[in-house]
Design a binder for this molecule. Structure first.
Ligand code: PGA
Length: 251
């Protein structure tokens, strides 16, 4: 049975003290959420160590938002997967559309990043999703299929157990526009089919596929009710503990 997950992507928000306070509030309220729902907070690199302390021995798991495509060495300003793992974080988001769009993250680089993350014991939330022009041109299936194939087909069925996919239509991120539940389900089911064709039915059935893009307490229930939507990757609404937990209560 695949796991239900609600993950908060804090992006470049909160100072360290603000982030610690937010993590504490999430931990406090997490008791309300049924045990089978995984809760993850993804924080800026600077916050990982102090937030690791806050969430240690709690049900809340910690994620980075990115990691380097190189193992170590003269790469000023980069943060390696080993460094992330050494903070106590157990996850990293990779391939978020903001990284693809603003920081030149390609599928080729993502293969290296996923390899290094897994080699260092991190689990991965890999983001895929089409931009508005691609959706309007009816190319969303082909774009998402290529992203899944280009990155994930370099990994084994066993490695897929450490990888979660987040489908985030770029036109819905931070815009207030949400994919309808039908639009989300259609692509999630399609991604599962792409996985099944390559890895087999079992891996496809076992892979958690999250929806992301203006997900909030008011629309999460309808999205999470879809057969192939296993939870959410939450941006803006993850910055308020009540909203984040409200979303996690929407299964
Ligand atoms: P949003 O962001 O919920 O603010 O739209 C989601 C994401 O980018 O992960």
């Amino acid at each position: 049975m695949r796991k239900k997950i609600v993950a908060g992507n804090w992006k470049m928000n909160t100072t360290v003290p603000e982030g610690v306070a937010l993590a504490k509030a999430v931990v406090e309220k997490s008791a309300q959420v049924p045990a089978e729902v995984g809760l993850i907070v993804a924080t800026p690199f600077t916050h990982l160590c102090p937030v690791a302390e806050v969430v240690s021995d709690t049900r809340v798991e910690l994620s980075a938002e990115n990691c380097a495509d190189k193992e170590k060495g003269a790469y000023t300003g980069e943060v390696s997967a080993a460094m992330v793992a050494s903070t106590g974080a157990t996850w990293t988001i990779l391939g978020h559309s903001e990284r693809r769009q603003y920081y030149g993250e390609t599928d080729e680089k993502l293969v290296e990043k996923v390899k290094l993350a897994l080699a260092n014991g991190l689990k991965v939330i890999l983001c895929v999703g089409e931009i508005l022009d691609e959706r309007q041109a009816g190319r969303h299936f082909e774009v998402v299929k290529a992203q899944v194939e280009n990155v994930l087909f370099n990994f084994s069925a066993a490695e897929m157990a450490s990888i979660v996919i987040a489908y985030e239509p770029v036109w819905a991120i931070g815009t207030g526009l949400t994919a309808t539940a039908e639009q989300a389900e259609e692509i999630h089911a399609f991604i599962r089919k792409v996985l099944a064709a390559h890895f087999g039915e079992q891996v496809a059935e076992d892979t958690t596929i999250l929806y992301g893009g203006s997900c909030k307490p008011s629309n999460a229930k309808e999205l999470f009710a879809q057969k192939d939507v296993d939870g959410g990757l939450i941006g803006g609404a993850a910055l308020k503990a009540d909203d984040f937990i409200g979303i996690a209560l929407s299964f």
